[in-house]
Design a protein around this ligand. Sequence first.
Ligand SMILES: Nc1ncnc2c1ncn2[C@@H]1O[C@H](COP(=O)(O)OP(=O)(O)OP(=O)(O)O)[C@@H](O)[C@H]1O
Length: 303
Amino acid sequence: MMKKKLLFIYNPLAGKSKIKNWLSSIIEYFVKGDYEVVIYATTGRKDAKNIVMDCLSRETYDLVVCSGGDGTLNEVIGGIMHSEQNICIGYIPSGTTNDFAYNLKLPKNLPKAAKVVLTGEEFPCDVGIINGEYFTYTAAFGLFTDASYETPQTTKNMLGKLAYILEGVKRLPNWKSYHMEITCGDRVINDNFIYGMVANSISVGGIKGLTGKDVQLDDGQFEGIFIKMPQNVMDFQSIINDLLKGNLNSDHIFSFPVKEILLTSEEMVPWSIDGEYGGEFQTVNIANLQQAIKIIRNKEEIL
Ligand SMILES: Nc1ncnc2c1ncn2[C@@H]1O[C@H](COP(=O)(O)OP(=O)(O)OP(=O)(O)O)[C@@H](O)[C@H]1O
C-alpha cells in the first residue's frame, strides 16, 4: 500500500535551536504514524515558502508540517496559498515568540506538539492578505513593530524576549507618528497614528488579550486597533491605562472589526507582518480570506 506523504520543514535556528534535541523523536513519531517523511531545514528568509511551493508543484502530499516561529509558519502558509493544493498544515512551535500557537492550543513541549499534529483536529482558519502577501495573524505599523525584525536572529536567540522589550523601550523618546487615511466599510478616519494593527490572534508579540475577548479565527473578520499620537504626557498615560484595562475604544484608540481595509499615507510606512519585516508602503490593502487554510489544532486544553 502507498504510504501517506508528509513534508516536514523546520528552521534549525528558531528559538535557540530548540528543535535539534527533538528532531529524531519527532521524525520517528511521524514514521510510526505511517507517513513517508520528506525533510527540509531552512537556510534563510523565504526559504520555507519556496520549499513548499516547489515540493507541492512536483508532488502530492497528505500533510505539511513546519517547525519554527511565527515567521516560519507565515512562510509555509504563504507557500500553500500560492500553490494549487489546499493541503492541511501541522505546526510544531519552536520559535522565540509563538503567538499563533496559542490560538491553536498547541503544547510548548515539542514532542507533545508533534503528537497533536497526528491527533488534533483540522481547523479551517482565516488568512490575511496585505498588498498581495499572505499573513497568518498580524499586520502592524508603528511603535514596537520594528522591534522584532530589527534584531538579527542570532541576537534574538541570545536575548530571547528581552530583545523585544529593550528594543521597544529604547525607542520610547522618539516616537514617530504617521498621518493616515483609514477606510474600512463606511468608516473613514484621518489622523496621526503611532500604532496600528490588524490581527487575528489572542496573543500578539507575546501579549495576550490586546485584541479583545472575541477573537474568532474563522469568522472572516480581523480586529483592527489604531492608536493616535498622544499630544502630552496625560494622553500617553490614558493610552497606557486604556490598554491595561482593555478599553480599546477611547479618545485615543480606535478599534473595530475588519473584513477589508485601505490605509494610505503620504510617506512610506514600514510594516511588520507576522512579527517579521514586511516592507514599506504608502498604500496598504488588507483583506480577510475566510477559512482559506486548514491547520491542525489541539482538541484539548493543555496550556
Ligand atoms: N537558517 C536560517 N538562518 C537565518 N534565518 C532563517 C533561517 N531559516 C529561516 N530563517 C528566517 O528567520 C525568520 C524567523 O524565523 P522563525 O519565525 O522560525 O523563528 P524565531 O525568529 O526564532 O521565532 P519568532 O519569529 O517566533 O520570534 C523567518 O522569517 C525565516 O525566514
